[in-house]
Design a protein around this ligand. Sequence first.
Ligand code: PMV
Length: 351
Amino acid sequence: MHSESPTTLVRAQERGTAGRATAVAHPNIALIKYWGKRDEHLILPRVDSLSMTLDVFPTTTCVRLAPGAGHDKVTLNGRPAEGEALRRVVAFLDLVRERAGSAHRAVVDSENTVPTGAGLASSASGFAALAVAAAASYGLDLDATALSRLARRGSGSASRSIFGDFAMWHAGLDSGTATEADLSSHAEPVPAGDLDPALVIAVVNAGPKAVSSREAMRRTVDTSPLYEPWAVSSKGDLTEMRAALLAGDIEAVGEIAERNALGMHATMLAARPAVRYLSPATLTVLDSVLRLRREGIPAYATMDAGPNVKVLCRRTDADRVAETMSETVPDGSVLVAKPGPGARLLRGDGR
Ligand code: PMV
């Protein structure tokens, strides 16, 4: 497990990097899914969720204040960001500026190693790294809980990538003021027993998705008759998942994760019009996962807003599972991820 305490993550002044900061964050994959918002502006979810942060596909983001500049300059993997991607980063920086009482524009350079927009959680690592780097460069002294809340405003799932290993994102208070709701919705670490898990990621298609998760969630909540029943059953899944993690029971963790994910996709299939992220290749991979189980290997699938499949198994079975996945998707790519660290500032600003 990862030793760096999340509460010591960002002390910008201590590290002497105000004005410029570089942070790294990893994606997370939800075992209990976040699907549906109750407040689109504050990004408050309808359900609690729980995830594993990965040790692969880091995003590294540098934020430099640019006093006197008339606008923010953002590059993603060396290319100037534009359109919706630029708008989201600028809106996020506006939030940080408002809190810091600063009018300075910034230069943001982000290097993302995960295929963007393919349901592989690129927005989670992206906004977690941006939250940590922007808070530090604007001189905000935030603890991990506050960073998680801030990251949430960029992309909901980013709230969980502030923490390593397993993290639960609280949907937060449903009554009271908007401020109370905002303060109560953040992630926190979740204790786990001796699991030794791996997630084998079968990338069947790394292209961008046709429908954004934002739009798909909205449509599902507004039109799917299966949404409410899934949201209710997800509460029970979460309670059972916490107990299974604590007990180190990988079979139970996998079973609960798989049924929760399939349920989420069922809500989308029942939306009007339907949202379908699962492709024929996804179903072929699901068949292989079932076959592995029949052969006695505990392997369980989860899918997000895209056709790619992440297979949860024991670390000692990961090579075998990866081999099966490679045979199943000969045109795809397969890699093995393990639990990874929370978001952090790079010491010495990575220079
Ligand atoms: O954070 P967003 O808006 O990209 O939503 C991601 C939602 C899922 O990945 C499908 C589920 C989850 O909990 O990560």
